[in-house]
Design a protein around this ligand. Sequence first.
Ligand SMILES: Nc1ncnc2c1ncn2[C@@H]1O[C@H](COP(=O)(O)OP(=O)(O)OP(=O)(O)O)[C@@H](O)[C@H]1O
Ligand SMILES: [Mg+2]
Ligand SMILES: [Zn+2]
Length: 226
Amino acid sequence: MAHRALTLKYRPQVFADLIGQDHVSSVLARALESGRVAHAFLFTGARGVGKTTSARILAKALNCEKRAAGVHKSADPCNACTSCVEITTGVSLDVVEIDGASNRGIDDVQNLREKVRFAPTRGRYRIVIIDEVHQLSKDAFAALLKTLEEPPAHLVFIFATTDPQKLPDDPLAHAALRLRARGAAQGGRPAARDPEARGRRRRGRAVHAHRRRGAPDRTQGRGLDA
Ligand SMILES: Nc1ncnc2c1ncn2[C@@H]1O[C@H](COP(=O)(O)OP(=O)(O)OP(=O)(O)O)[C@@H](O)[C@H]1O
Ligand SMILES: [Mg+2]
Ligand SMILES: [Zn+2]
């Protein structure tokens, strides 16, 4: 149950609670509010700057039932509907979270592709979060890119890596909306609830979101009218 325990530990649950990542938050909020979302996102940044946290908030916002129904008019997830609660507690069938370091083979990616072929069970999307995606093997990468080239309409990938320069040929950067979170104390996992650490981070952290030059603007592609 270690996984559950990790999932349940304190994490910011709305974009506004992500300290020092305003630029990332606002890019995501704009995409969500405009109703146009990319099929793949790539979060890069040092350990503990909030990549996994951002990925989960984004996943919840994408699948939030109250947002979809138009009763929660914000980019943030409502954190109260069944979909939001299931994602927060780590039991959503529509959100698959895997660690690229321990699932790095071609078989792992093929299993994953098999799992996400079908329509989501509850939410609007099936969302695959792959942590440390640079650790995937070459073959696994190739298989993943095949899916990225022609993603089913219901599929959204959220990749995270501390080491984007290790991505082979950087193909993900071309396929994904890339968001880079940069911490002042690179390598330091922030103590989110320590007010002093918060202050330090607020002052020291700059966040950038940019699209690779020449990369297609996938946010303008298939729409999401949530
Ligand atoms: N920007 C932030 N604002 C508030 N809390 C944060 C922020 N970033 C991280 N935290 C806190 O730090 C903890 C670690 O964050 P998270 O797991 O999202 O980082 P990460 O970038 O995915 O790290 P890793 O590279 O180790 O996977 C979380 O529990 C979260 O509460
Ligand atoms: Mg993480
Ligand atoms: Zn919700």
